[in-house]
Ligand binder design. Structure first.
Ligand SMILES: *Cc1c(COP(=O)(O)O)cnc(C)c1O
Length: 434
C-alpha cells in the first residue's frame, strides 16, 4: 500500500468520510506562503492552514525557538512545575491583551480554551452564590469548537445537529445582521435582550466571536452590537466572553476584532495564530476580578488541567510568534490585503451565482448561491496553484498576513474563476467543514 492508499483506508480527516474519502493532497514541506506537495508542485496557502499561519509556514525564527527550547525542556507537567516559556508567554500576552485581562490559563487547543472560559464563568457565578447560573447565551451563526460544550455553544442549526441529544441546552440570540461599516440600529440586539430578559437568572455568561463570525457564517457585524452586549452583561451580573481564536492577532486588521467597540470582555480566548501555526496552543485570558472571585470561592482551585498544559515547546513557539507580531505593523499588512481583496473581489458581485462579496482585514468572502462541483473546485486549485477550501456556500480566502501583492493577486484570480464556475449539486452533508 502506498502512504496515500494507507491514509485513504485508515485515517480520518476533518469532517470527512473514511468509507468514501475526499481526495487529499500529500504535503511534503512548506515555507513562506506555499505548501510543497509530494509531486513537487506548490500551492499558495490561501487558508493559512485553517487561519493559523500568520507569518508564513516554517518561519525561521519560530523554528529556531522551538529547536532551542527542545534542547532544554520539551515537556514537564504543569501541575507542580513552571518554566520560562510559560512565564514569558503570559507576560507577552498580558502586554497585548485588552486592559485588565492579565490572568491566563493555557490550553492545548482552541476548543479547550473555550471550555475553560465557560467553566470559569460558571465557577465565578457559583463562587458568588449563583449556582443556578449554569447556562450561556451564544449567537446563531457562531462557532466555538468541536468538543461537546463548544458544539452546544455553536450555531444550533449548524454542523453539529446530529449530536443535539448529548448537548446541554444553552440560549441563542439571532445572528447579528448589520455590517461592520453599516448604520447601527439597536433593533439588531433586540433578540439578545429578549433572551436575557427571559432567562437572566440562569445565565452565567454571554459568548460570541466579536465582529467576525467565522466558521459557521463568515459574517462581519457591527461593533456597536458588542457595546450593547457589555451593557446587558453589566446590568445583569453576567460575564462577557469574547472568542478571538479566529478573529484575533490582526486577522481582521486591529489586533483584536473587538477593539473596534472600545469595550473589554471579562474573559477572552486566543488560539490559531498564537503560535503562527507551528504548534497547537490556545489561552484563556481572564480579568483579575474573575480570578479573584473564583479564588475566594469553594473550591478555590479552578477545576481544569490538561495533560499538556503550557507545553514548553508550544509556549516557545508562541513567544517567537508574538515577537514577530510586535516587530512589524500587522494591522497595516491586514489592511493592505483587505484593500486588494476589496478591489479584486468586488466585481464578482455581478456574477449570477454570487450573492454577496464581503471583505474585512485579511478576510475575503464570496457568498455564492451554491458552490461549484468538487471536481471544478479541485481543477481551479490545481490550475492556479492556490489552496482554497470553500464550505457551505462560501468561497473565502484568509491568507498568511505576510502574503505579498503577487500572492494575493493569484488568490483573487483563483477565487474569481471559482465564483464564475457553474453551481454544483447541493452538498449531501450540508457542506459544513470550515
Ligand atoms: C477554530 C475555532 C475554535 C476551535 O479551535 P480548535 O483549535 O480547532 O479546537 C474555537 N473558536 C473559534 C472562533 C474558532 O475559529
Amino acid at each position: 500500500m502506498t502512504p496515500l492508499e494507507y491514509d485513504r483506508t485508515h485515517i480520518w480527516h476533518p469532517y470527512a468520510s473514511l468509507g468514501n474519502p475526499p481526495p487529499v493532497n500529500f504535503a511534503k514541506s512548506a515555507s513562506g506562503v506555499e505548501i510543497e506537495l509530494a509531486d513537487g508542485s506548490r500551492l499558495v496557502d490561501a487558508v493559512s492552514s485553517w487561519w493559523c499561519v500568520a507569518h508564513g509556514h516554517n518561519h525561521p525564527a519560530i523554528v529556531e525557538a522551538v529547536r532551542r527550547q527542545s534542547e532544554r525542556l520539551c515537556h514537564v507537567m504543569f501541575g507542580g512545575f513552571t518554566h520560562d516559556p510559560a512565564v514569558e508567554l503570559s507576560r507577552r500576552l498580558a502586554k497585548i491583551a485588552p486592559p485588565g485581562l492579565d490572568r491566563v490559563f493555557f490550553a492545548d487547543s482552541g476548543s479547550i480554551s473555550v471550555e475553560v472560559a465557560a467553566k470559569m464563568a460558571v465557577q465565578y457565578q457559583n463562587a458568588l452564590g449563583h449556582s443556578e447560573r449554569n447556562r450561556l447565551v451564544a449567537l446563531k451563526g457562531g462557532y466555538h469548537g468541536d468538543t461537546s460544550l463548544c458544539m452546544a455553544l455553536s450555531d444550533p442549526d449548524g454542523m453539529h445537529v446530529l449530536f443535539k441529544g448529548i448537548m446541554t441546552k444553552h440560549f441563542f440570540a439571532e445572528k447579528p445582521s448589520i455590517p461592520t461599516d453599516g448604520e447601527w440600529d439597536a433593533a439588531d440586539a433586540e433578540s439578545l435582550r429578549r433572551v436575557v430578559d427571559e432567562h437572566g437568572d440562569e445565565i452565567a455568561a454571554i459568548i460570541c466571536e466579536p465582529v467576525f463570525q467565522a466558521a459557521n457564517a463568515m459574517n462581519f457585524y457591527h461593533p456597536e452590537y458588542l457595546r450593547e452586549m457589555r451593557r446587558i452583561c453589566d446590568e445583569r451580573g453576567i460575564l462577557l466572553i469574547f472568542d478571538e481564536i479566529a478573529s484575533g492577532l490582526h486577522r481582521t486588521g486591529p489586533r483584536w476584532a473587538h477593539e473596534r467597540s472600545g469595550i473589554v470582555p471579562d474573559i477572552m480566548t486566543v488560539g490559531k495564530a498564537l503560535t503562527g501555526g507551528h504548534m497547537t496552543l490556545a489561552a484563556t485570558l481572564a480579568s483579575g476580578e474573575v480570578a479573584d472571585v473564583i479564588s475566594a470561592g469553594s473550591p478555590s482551585a479552578f477545576m481544569h488541567g490538561p495533560t499538556y498544559m503550557a507545553n514548553p515547546l508550544a509556549c516557545a513557539a508562541a513567544c517567537a510568534s508574538l515577537d514577530l507580531f510586535a516587530a512589524d505593523d500587522y494591522a497595516a499588512k491586514a489592511r493592505a490585503i483587505g484593500a486588494r481583496f476589496a478591489e479584486g473581489l468586488s466585481p464578482l458581485r455581478e456574477l449570477p451565482n454570487v450573492r454577496d462579496v464581503r471583505v474585512l482585514g485579511a478576510v475575503g468572502v464570496v457568498e455564492t448561491d451554491r458552490l461549484p462541483a468538487a471536481d471544478d473546485i479541485a481543477g481551479v486549485i490545481r490550475r492556479h496553484g492556490v489552496w482554497l477550501r470553500p464550505f457551505c456556500n462560501f468561497i473565502y480566502a484568509m491568507p498568511p498576513l505576510v502574503s505579498d501583492g503577487k500572492a494575493i493577486d493569484r488568490i483573487i484570480e483563483a477565487v474569481a474563476e471559482l465564483a464564475s464556475a457553474p453551481p454544483g449539486p447541493p452538498p449531501a452533508d450540508g457542506g459544513f467543514h470550515e
